[in-house]
Design a protein around this ligand. Structure first.
Ligand code: BGC
Length: 257
């Protein structure tokens, strides 16, 4: 089997990872996760990623030499530099993550926003695609988790670093009201959460008129609990890739850089 790229998807509690083969599919036995080091500080995260790659060498039985690495960060990323850190340690702000990771991992690294990566997986080969090609028009992929991530596409082309989780809505930041974590934190019923999402998605729809909205994040597995409540002009569908979307998108970016 030929290995095309490694994807590492950094979250607040875990780093998901896997190897993608030359046909762009995730090699199932390589897909796993490791805990994010406490505090999620850059140096420690980089070292944890180094260890993950060592583990992947064992699993694949290959030295993975020359295989490029794609890494997601839950913040704005421009040319490998992190420009926001809403849910991660403040020391990521202004950090040249691409250089730090390339140095620590000893290979070429591409760095991108986590929701942009998840969106790429959905739009190229998931719920935002048809017959293996992106669905034309405006597609918005939203990941509902600790925060709200957003990936915006027009005819399959990414408009990077859209931060719709940070819209101000009814006097609060939208992700503080409508990210999946509020269900547990505020002990919301599905009906109450559905109302929050309706308010948020109506506003987002007003702002950018997507044709298709893909709802991702772990909560998308429970889409039957809230999707039927939503009334929007756009078509709304659950994500195809559950928690592997970020890994796939990161690897895809690495393969194409
Ligand atoms: C960050 C985004 C990220 C999202 C999901 C937000 O707080 O600002 O960049 O995509 O959380 O992790």
């Amino acid at each position: 089997m030929s290995f095309a790229a490694i994807g590492l998807d950094m979250g607040g509690s875990s780093i998901k990872y896997g190897v993608v083969s030359t046909d762009g599919t995730l090699i199932e036995k390589t897909f796993s996760q490791a805990p994010t080091p406490a505090g999620a500080r850059p140096q420690e995260v980089a070292l944890a990623m180094k260890q993950i790659i060592e583990d992947l060498k064992q699993v694949t039985g290959s030295d993975l030499a020359g295989v490029p690495v794609g890494v997601t960060v839950p913040g704005i990323v421009i040319d490998g530099v992190v420009h926001s850190a809403a849910n991660i340690d403040a020391s990521w702000l202004g950090l040249d993550a691409k250089s730090l990771l390339a140095e620590t991992l000893g290979c070429e690294v591409s760095v991108l926003n986590d929701a942009d990566a998840a969106g790429m997986a959905e739009v190229f080969a998931g719920a935002g695609s048809r017959d293996g090609a992106p669905i034309m028009g405006s597609t918005l992929v939203l990941t509902l988790g600790t925060g709200i991530g957003s990936g915006m596409f027009r005819d399959g082309i990414l408009f990077p670093n859209v931060e719709f989780g940070h819209l101000q809505l009814d006097g609060a930041e939208a992700e503080k009201k409508a990210a999946a974590r509020v269900i547990r934190e505020e002990n919301l019923s599905w009906e109450q959460y559905g109302q929050r999402l309706q308010r948020y998605l109506s506003h987002v729809e007003f702002l950018c008129s997507p044709d298709l909205i893909v709802i991702g994040g772990a909560i998308s597995q429970e889409y039957e609990q809230f999707l039927p409540q939503l009334k929007l002009r756009a078509k709304v569908v659950p994500a195809h890739y559950n928690n592997a979307a970020g890994v796939l998108g990161a690897a895809h970016r690495a393969m194409n850089h």
